[in-house]
Design a protein around this ligand. Structure first.
Ligand code: BGC
Length: 752
């Protein structure tokens, strides 16, 4: 029997492999044929175009809906649009408005080439989802893909073809306001999230009316901005660039992303928008990226203040020669490309290649078949803020919440045992802040506040006393007394504190990452009432709040959760949902620790408490406030020791690592089980930990789940001393656990 099985199994595997190979080949052939057909059509359009029309395709103008960057007083798109001198518009919104503009492009210009409309649909279009950093805390790739798909469905119905998302910049500095837009500090998690978002936006068929083209931004290393200050200099090693900042971009390419955006920042002396190595040699040539690259807002023009171009002409020369295909609001390519072509600085081939790339995406979107297919007033009414979308947003919101502390199981609150809840703090009744920055057409009036969410859930069960206490910023303490009265009269206090939405996002950086204004003092006063306090945090970045951690029994990190924030937080506070989120970014004790991240290097003098000559601070600990991957549940999980299939991993083979996780509490719960490795000795120094896998498992109370991870040589690779991406033989530690600081350990060797 055993022998028979062992023959059948390889036969089955072989047959399956052949079938898979044939299907893969078939679909590769189909894709190839489709690409050839599009290339043929692109060429036929290109052959009809004048040079003016070609340059026009490379120009992107902002509509008048909103401006997301500086604009000149005489900004006007109407004239150039009518003359066929615009290929794309951004910030033009709604089916009606986009239809009007498209009509001009299609019916009033000589060739009638449709416009491609782009917009920052970052975490929802009108139904707003948690900010991307928050959503990453769910570690739920299906959810992330679904929320991007919902955003695409709504945006597409409102006339958008293209989102400037996902933002895949790794960010390790909480001062940087744009940390809210990305997936946090880790390249492995960041790459998976990047791919999920690209798939969610683009789906399988870009021409479908509920998909839009995605844009991987900001290429590259924008998150490494010095001192956490936006647009600032980036000076990092080539190894760090390749190992930490580039992988999510590569993952986006592999997931089929159609466009890229060049970043504002310089990288080691060369601004990204003028960086031929990054844009052309790496992205277009080595990675074989077939889509087009748009500059960031005016970033070609900004080559002048960067001090790398003396004037518009030189800026255009650098941008085109680096590989930027479309000029967003720089107003440089038109007119500079004409002179640059005449002077032989730029070739016709280069311009044609840029036009081809843009037309290709327009064809893939189906715009040449029906330029109006995305501006559909009926569909717009039907899908935007639909019941289904709101439900998905609420689910995403619940899954993004991270329980940071829960002393004596203060949470969940039990309405059977509680008569009165005091909801205090400046975030308790805010709608404006809940939807966070980059919230597209999100309307704060449509968001549900925590007060409303709690009131709905507690109707007829418990009383809520609401008092604001203080503002987010400022020194005013006059509201303290009312809030303290409310707290004193309640059984439990929910203190909703945090940052305003305008404190994180583009050009919204902070040097102090604590609670702004008098909020900490407010919490200190509340504590004097002796009532149990639950702090509900709302913020767009990791906060340094050691006093809160040390003094308040329960802390819930709720970020900015979007339209359904209130009901989602109420679900968690009242135990209708058991929190499962885990931090995608390290929370520092204070700004003095920044940059701080879990995958640091050991150094020659790792910190040893009580010993002087090593790597530490005099006044703060070296450990973070909350480590990467951290998050609690209303239940508890116990991890078994790790079982490895072998102690040796050979090239071409696999090593499995198994762990059993038991839910030792009385509630069902989801756990995010994380796997890390450490390469003990390398030709260059290696991080103390690197995330290499995770699973999210629903484990019923009292039950256990055995999780198996598979590692191959691929997982051990890094850029070695020669910058070759390779796995080096030697001893590795393998860790599995609930976060990056509480891990079980096993050891294996990789041998060549
Ligand atoms: C931002 C981009 C954004 C663009 C268009 C720029 O200021 O850096 O992320 O996509 O504006 O709104």
């Amino acid at each position: 029997m055993k022998a028979l099985r062992s023959k059948i199994v390889p036969f089955f595997i072989a047959t399956f492999a052949v079938a898979l190979f044939l299907t893969t080949c078939e679909s590769a052939v189909k894709i190839d044929d489709a690409e050839k057909e599009i290339a043929r059509k692109v060429d036929s359009v290109l052959s009809l175009m004048t040079l003016e029309e070609k340059v026009g395709q490379l120009m992107q103008y902002s509509g008048f809906g909103e401006f997301t960057g500086p604009v000149s007083a005489d900004h006007n798109y109407m004239e150039p649009l009518k003359e066929g001198k615009i290929g794309s518009m951004l910030n033009a919104n709604g089916a009606e408005y986009t239809r009007k503009l498209q009509q001009i492009a299609v019916e009033e210009t000589r060739l009638g080439i449709p416009l491609i409309f782009g917009y920052d649909v970052i975490h929802g279009y009108r139904t707003i989802f948690p900010i991307p950093l928050a959503e990453t805390a769910s570690w739920d790739l299906d959810l992330i893909e679904t929320s991007a798909h919902v955003a695409a469905t709504e945006a597409a119905a409102a006339g958008q073809h293209w989102t400037f998302a996902p933002m895949v910049d790794i960010a390790r500095d909480p001062r940087w306001g744009r940390i809210m837009e990305g997936a946090g500090e880790d390249p492995y998690l960041g790459s998976l999230v990047a791919a999920a978002r690209v798939k969610g936006f683009q789906g399988d068929d870009l021409a479908a009316p509920n998909t839009i083209a995605a844009c991987a931004k900001h290429f590259a290393a924008y998150g490494a901005t010095m001192a956490g200050k936006d647009y600032n200099t980036v000076d990092i090693s080539n190894r760090t660039l390749h190992e930490i900042y580039l992988p999510p971009f590569k993952a986006a390419v592999d997931a089929g992303v159609e466009t890229f955006m060049s970043a504002f920042n310089e990288i080691n002396g060369i601004p990204a928008t003028a960086n031929r190595y990054i844009l052309n040699d790496l992205l277009k040539e080595e990675w074989q990226f077939k889509g087009f690259i748009v500059s960031d807002w005016s970033s070609i023009r900004e080559l002048i203040p960067h001090g790398i171009a003396a004037n518009d002409y030189e800026a255009g020369n650098l941008g085109m020669n680096a590989g930027v295909d479309m000029d967003m609001m720089g107003m440089i390519y038109d007119p500079q490309l004409f002179q640059l072509l005449e002077d032989g600085k730029v070739t016709q081939l280069q311009v044609d290649d840029a036009v081809r790339r843009i037309l290709r995406v327009k064809f893939k979107l189906g715009l040449f078949d029906d330029p109006y297919r995305y501006c559909d007033e009926e569909r717009e009414k039907e899908v935007i803020m639909s019941e289904e979308h709101l439900e998905i947003s609420r689910d995403a919101a619940r899954k993004s919440i991270v329980l940071l502390k829960n002393e004596n199981n203060l949470l969940p609150l039990d309405p059977q045992k509680i008569n009165t809840i005091a909801l205090v703090g400046p975030m308790g009744d805010t709608r404006f802040d809940l939807i966070g920055e980059w919230s597209a057409r999100g309307n704060p009036e449509e968001a549900i506040s925590l007060l409303e969410g709690l009131t709905r859930s507690l109707e007829g069960k418990a009383k809520i006393l609401h008092a604001k206490g203080c503002e987010i910023s400022g020194e005013d303490k006059s509201g303290f007394s009312e809030a303290i009265r409310a707290a004193s009269a309640a059984d439990v206090v929910v203190a909703a504190v945090g940052e305003s939405r305008m404190m994180s996002g583009e050009a919204l950086c902070r040097s102090d990452i604590g609670l702004p204004g008098v909020q900490k003092e407010f919490l200190m006063e509340l504590q004097k009432t002796g009532k149990p306090i639950v702090v509900v945090l709302m913020n767009g970045r990791p906060l340094g709040i050691p006093w809160v951690k040390g003094n308040v029994p329960a802390i819930l990190e709720t970020w900015f959760l979007g339209t359904q924030a209130g009901p989602a937080i109420a679900d968690v506070l009242l135990g209708m949902y058991n929190p499962s989120g885990k931090l995608p970014v390290t929370f520092p004790v204070s700004v003095g620790q920044v940059p701080i991240f879990y995958s640091y290097k050991n150094t020659g003098r790792p910190p040893v408490p009580g010993i002087r000559w090593n790597s530490k601070y005099l006044d703060i600990p070296v450990e973070p406030l909350f480590p990467f991957g951290y998050g609690l549940s209303y239940t508890t999980f116990e991890y078994s020791e790790i079982t490895l299939s072998d102690t040796i991993l050979l090239p071409g083979s696999e090593l499995t690592a198994e762990v059993t996780v038991k839910n030792t509490g009385v509630r069902d719960g989801e756990e995010i089980i994380q796997l890390y490795i450490r390469d003990l000795v390398g030709s260059v120094t290696r991080p103390v930990l690197e995330l290499k896998g995770f699973r999210k498992e629903n484990i019923p109370a009292g039950e256990s789940v055995t999780v198996r991870f598979t590692l191959t040589e691929e997982d051990l690779k890094f850029y070695d001393i020669n910058m070759d991406f390779t796995a080096e033989p030697g001893t590795f530690e393998l860790f599995i656990g609930p976060n990056s600081a509480e891990l079980k350990k096993a050891t294996f060797a990789f041998m060549e």
